[in-house]
Design a protein around this ligand. Sequence first.
Ligand code: AMP
Length: 476
Amino acid sequence: MSFDSLGLHAEILRAVLDSGYENPTPVQARAIPVVLSGRDVLAGAQTGTGKTAAFTLPMLNKLQPYANTSASPARHPVRALILTPTRELCDQVFESVNTYGKYLPLRATAVFGGVDMNPQIESLRKGSEIVVATPGRLLDHVQNKTINLSQVEMLVLDEADRMLDMGFILDIRRILGLLPARRQTLLFSATFAPEIKKLAEDFMQNPETIEVARRNATNESVTQCLHAAEPDKKRRVLAHLIRHHEMQQVIVFTRTKLMAERLARELKRDGFDCEAIHGDRTQQARLDTMAAFKEQKLRVLVATDVAARGLDINELPFVVNFELPTNPEDYVHRIGRTGRAGATGVAISLVGPDEDKSLSLIRRLTGKPLELTPVPGELRDGRGERERREAPQREYRESREPRAEREPRPPREGGRRSDILQVETPLVERRNGADQAALGGRVAGAIQHFHRAREVARELPALLLPPRYEIAKRER
Ligand code: AMP
């Protein structure tokens, strides 16, 4: 099927062509004709399937007769309202509306919290056929009487399941009560939880149900890969994986804001261009960070679930779950950040021993075995990337060799500490049995090497010295 056969106006087709899309995605092919026919739609489409265009294109098509260049606000009442759970998604959908509607003189306004209300008020005052909003800020405008919803003909609830998860149900019901009863309602949700069905029953007229992906299915074009990792080793494993897979860009998910902030700080220290987005950062900082990531100025974006919801980054090949989400549906959403619109992607999860429960919930939801596999490649020692980069090559090489491999220096007079005492490959030695197995043959070889080196070292007199802390005490 081609876009031409969907019955869209020429201005919209031209914008679609400019976006480089050749054919509609399955959800677009199914939803666009139904929306154009005027029926309500209940669409089960996971993120990354092209769902934004699936509602935006027919919406623009239906608003096309209203397009006009008049300066009078009265000629631009709000006719379509799109509700999104997060500011990021709101901003992104707003961008899509502008992209697909660029050849139509229709106006759009984005209304979300965390930023100054005045520019939004100004834009709404001038008139706007399309408003993309988060529920809380929209209700602020309603309360301030800076928006009039009495002429809304189309309502879209985007990522409705997430809006309910985020506790917006009362806000949504309030907003629905403010809209004309005669309207078209489109509800898009990755999952059809019972509350979604209830919402549809209460507020939709005989909707056509469209389900393009298996319920709660993970995107088939995403390769899922899970590695066991102790919590205190995860950062090092992550840094290793970024290098090993030569990830040009990656989104890393954490469960909490605190962890997102801490991990971003540590990765920065390791020399990665990295920023975090989470609820405690200002809206402007979040938007700036997103822009930097999209422009590929950032290599690593650390994000919490809420902040990352709706992020649309083209051709993002990697997503890492630094911690598994407690809500298994978030796993589906997270890994949906990659493998978008038919591209392939890899989703890697680092699973700690305390995350068994989350893992089994995810396995149950996705219906996939999701076995733990060994970390590929050879984990390096714990030194930071920047430190290594900046260290002279010789020193770097030495730091990765067991010390006893090098020419042993004769022990100093008086039984003081010698180099040989420092025989150690810290990371390898400290790993427990299970971890060692996971590290594969190369690291196992390094461990053997280490033991051999230690045996050699044992024969040297320096090792007859008392343990290091005692030396330290004596030296004081
Ligand atoms: P969404 O599911 O709406 O977040 O869209 C995911 C990604 O798919 C976005 O980057 C869109 O630009 C892209 N996309 C949407 N429709 C198409 C299409 N028909 N062909 C190729 N890419 C598309």
